[in-house]
Design a protein. Structure first.
Length: 122
C-alpha cells in the first residue's frame, strides 16, 4: 500500500456508530402511519440527522454547506430532491404558520430515507 493510499484510508471520514444508531431508530417511524404534525416533526428530526451524517463526513458546517460538498455522492435527481426536502424543513422551522401539502411531506420523508440508504447511514 502506498503512503498516499494509507493516508487516505487512515484519515477517511466515516459515519459514526452513534449517528447510525440514531438514524436507524428514526427511520422506523418513516414506515409507520403518521399524522400531519408527526410528519412535520419527523422531517425536522431527519434533517437534523442528515446534518449529523454530513458533519461526520465533511466536518462541522451547516447542512447547506455540507450538502454542497456531498453533491457528487448522489445522482442529480436525488440531490435535487434532497435540496427540496431540506427547503421544506426550512419552511417548517422558519415559517411555522405556512401550510405544506401532506403529499409534499410524504415525499420529503421518502427522500430522507432514500438518502440515508445511499449513504449507508444505518
Amino acid at each position: 500500500m502506498s503512503l498516499i493510499s494509507f493516508l487516505k484510508f487512515f484519515f477517511k471520514r466515516g459515519i459514526s456508530t452513534n449517528t447510525k444508531t440514531h438514524i436507524k431508530k428514526m427511520l422506523k417511524s418513516v414506515s409507520s402511519p403518521l399524522n400531519y404534525e408527526d410528519k412535520k416533526s419527523l422531517i425536522i428530526q431527519l434533517d437534523s440527522a442528515l446534518g449529523l451524517v454530513l458533519s461526520d463526513l465533511y466536518g462541522k458546517n451547516s447542512v447547506g454547506t455540507n450538502l454542497k460538498k456531498a453533491k457528487n455522492r448522489f445522482s442529480k435527481e436525488v440531490y435535487n430532491q434532497l435540496w427540496h426536502a431540506h427547503k421544506i424543513r426550512n419552511i417548517l422551522i422558519h415559517e411555522p404558520t405556512k401550510k405544506i401539502n401532506s403529499k409534499d411531506l410524504d415525499t420529503a420523508l421518502k427522500v430522507y430515507k432514500k438518502v440515508f440508504i445511499e449513504l449507508k447511514a444505518y
